[in-house]
Design a protein around this ligand. Sequence first.
Ligand code: SF4
Length: 435
Amino acid sequence: MSYTTQMDAARKGIQTKELLTIAEKEQWEPDKLITLVAEGKVAIPANKLHTCLNPNGIGSMLKTKINVNLGTSRDLNDLDLELEKVQDAVSMGAESIMDLSSFGDTRKFRRKLTTECPAIIGTVPIYDAVVYYHKALGDITAKEWIDIVEMHAKDGVDFMTIHVGINKQTAHRFKDSKRLTNIVSRGGSIIFAWMEMTGEENPFYEHYDRILEICEEYDVTLSLGDACRPGCIEDASDISQIEELVTLGELTRRAWEKNVQVIIEGPGHMPLDQIAANMKIQETICKGAPFYVLGPLVTDIAPGYDHITSAIGGAIAAAAGAAFLCYVTPAEHLRLPNAEDVKEGIISARIAAHAADIAKGIKGAKEWDHQMSDARKRLDWETMFRLSIDPEKARRYRESSKPEKEDTCSMCGNFCAMKNMNRIMDGEKITIFDE
Ligand code: SF4
């Protein structure tokens, strides 16, 4: 039996090789997983032309996945450097790479990713249109915007962020309701500006059916972008954000009617106490479509440390139902991240995702911690390094401060509670001060 998308296959009862791979990775019965894919609660971003893909499922009941944003910009246009970052990101555990290139030969880089990189590849066609057509924003036609979507699909991209929720009605609501930081989504601000200058409807909204045809043909998962995501604590959960989310709910239903898989992008900046409620609202309005959160950053005041503000929000969001976390680096709000920033962002996002997985009872999550604690109790340093989320840093820190007694660490030395308790529990005597 033939099928178009992973969702179409699931609805026809076909267990694709991607689904079987994911079932094995997640320790799920394929029969149960296929139901979730058919219902849209798990997305399998897997463009038919991305043949080197190592597939992953995105859904709140599966292991929380993380995305890493990379790509060239006008100020830093080094393809080799970006490719090096991509390889590092994959080896550090990123399941997804979003290519946000906005300068140079973007197609060359994109094609390199979809022919060589096993991670899920995502893009934002809006950025690329501005680079590709090489003309003023207001001169880009509605057809040209849609053509870029098709080009990315043909290039093998697994998911695309389309800022389709900011239609004329949402834009009107946004202008009426006044925000402290307006629209902070890069793609959202571009398409809003285009709408303002041309007076036309958002082309992605107007030609949504055509976009669905493209996505169905290549099996591109739609990431419904949140142009109105709050860009500061004060704008969180405001009328513009909620108005757009309602539109995204409607667009989700239309995509599913065409067997097109969907994930929903989310906030943004958000106070800690609003995060769980936002996850619940999204789940209700978008009928359980996987939620892809960009943070949320729980405070605005920590430039240089936004990997931490984001990890705090990401852990809460994922524990409350988000399925996919976009990493944030210490360079957020300040500059394009360098290799070290990328590493810190990835590790922070992975910690957030894993913390949520423990809370959600995801298979294998707690067992990892159990093994680490067991190694700690036994003062088995090599096993601790192996199990560390960042083995290199763990080893480097220990080696930078050698303890007098090899089995302890320089934190407590002779007072090592682990060592002393092991000995006491074994019936030994300890003196501590003269050992
Ligand atoms: S010395 Fe202190 S910190 Fe180090 S392993 Fe022992 S108990 Fe833990």
